[in-house]
Design a protein around this ligand. Structure first.
Ligand SMILES: Cc1ncc(COP(=O)(O)O)c(C=O)c1O
Length: 363
């Protein structure tokens, strides 16, 4: 039995009638950019997340970039982010001409460690990007308190954590700005690139709308250097269909995580820890093992996919190594050496999950 990391074909079978109707509706409308689907999606997701405003953009990377621009981040500024995340988080800082400053993570949750954050702040620090890695919120209580005390803009990278919450408030509703990705493999995935920014601030939302549309509010009048970064109507229509399923899909992911915990309890594998302050969206179920390579080889031999998110911490990425390579961030470095993710997608069946565990327990 072959087991993949994700089964988008199964998801499509589940939704085919609704998706086809939604796509046909857009084709018939002749409206493809900045139309009624995008506006409806923004309203629906803002209500679902519990935020005042949602601005749909072309990707999660653009969401981070535009959020930083809207917050006024530019040359001479420093922005703190964990070293253990996808490259896009740091790249967005570099796009603005600002300097990424890498902090270490908590060994249990893999998220930004508030004490490491406090140690890297300088008078040049302007903003913090807290990443909710693998689907679980970072410690928003402590991180928001540090940002408030120091007058720093808090930006959430919610790319992997749509639907997760910290103390009942959803990811994307804590910071001044929340950034989402709808890359096809995400818990809420488009059929192409798409992203979104949330904010409670009407002025920031307005700036983001101008930034995503060539710096223009009125046709052919450009008041700032903006971008072509709009979510298209087809993606918005598809996402509206899928948003209605997201609650159930995230619950299925949590159910699989529980099942893994039961079957893998007592093994030498380190299971992902939950902070207990809110629900996890289980974008990934990430294990740790000193024997990671042997474990993954056994899975591959059995036809089971696994993946490493991420094998190289950002301070050791070739693009950042020259400036940041001398940093010591031991928890991020250890995570990069030992983590691996196993399938946890909503349509994963119990027999497949049990097979993954059987192979892991005998590897
Ligand atoms: C943590 C994180 N940040 C940012 C991104 C960038 O999103 P996108 O691929 O939509 O540009 C991703 C996903 O790809 C991600 O996982």
């Amino acid at each position: 039995m072959n087991i993949s990391m994700l089964d988008l074909a199964a998801e499509q079978r589940e939704l085919s009638g609704e998706l086809e109707a939604a796509i046909k509706g857009v084709l018939a409308s002749g409206h493809f950019i900045l139309g009624p689907q995008g506006a409806a999606f923004e309203n629906e997701i803002a209500a679902w997340l519990g935020v005042g405003h949602a601005v749909a953009v072309a990707s999660g990377t653009d969401a981070l970039h535009l959020a930083l621009r809207a917050a006024g981040v530019g040359p001479g500024d420093e922005v703190v982010t964990p070293a253990f995340t996808f490259i896009a988080t740091a790249q967005a800082i570099s796009y603005c001409g600002a300097r990424p400053v890498f902090a270490d993570i908590d060994p249990g949750t893999f998220n930004l460690d508030p004490s490491s954050l406090a140690r890297v702040l300088t008078p040049r620090t302007r903003a913090v990007i807290a990443v909710h890695l693998y689907g679980q919120c970072a410690d928003m209580g402590s991180i928001a308190a540090v940002c408030e005390q120091r007058g720093l803009t808090l930006i959430e990278d919610c790319a992997q954590a749509i639907g997760a919450d910290w103390q009942g408030r959803r990811a994307g509703a804590w910071g001044a700005l929340g950034c989402f990705s709808f890359y096809p493999t995400k818990n809420l995935g488009a059929y192409g690139d798409a992203g979104l920014i949330t904010t409670g601030d009407a002025k920031l939302a307005e700036t983001l709308r101008v930034l995503r549309h060539h710096g223009s509010r009125v046709a052919y009048r450009h008041e700032m250097i903006g971008y072509n970064s709009r979510m298209d109507e087809l993606q918005a229509a598809i996402l509206r269909v899928k948003l209605r399923r997201l609650e159930a899909w995230n619950a299925a992911r949590r159910g699989h995580a529980e099942h893994y915990r039961r079957l893998l309890a007592g093994s030498t594998l380190v299971l992902p820890s939950e902070h207990g302050r809110g629900s996890h969206a289980y974008h990934q179920f990430t294990l740790r093992s000193a024997r990671r390579d042997a474990m993954r080889e056994a899975l591959t031999r059995a036809g089971i996919a696994s993946a490493i998110y991420y094998p190289i911490p950002l301070h050791h990425q070739p693009v950042y190594e020259r400036e940041h390579g001398g940093l010591s961030l031991p928890v991020s470095e250890e995570a990069a050496r030992t983590v691996f993710a196993v399938p946890v997608y909503p349509q994963l069946t119990a027999d497949r999950l049990e097979r993954v565990c059987e192979v892991l327990l005998t590897a």
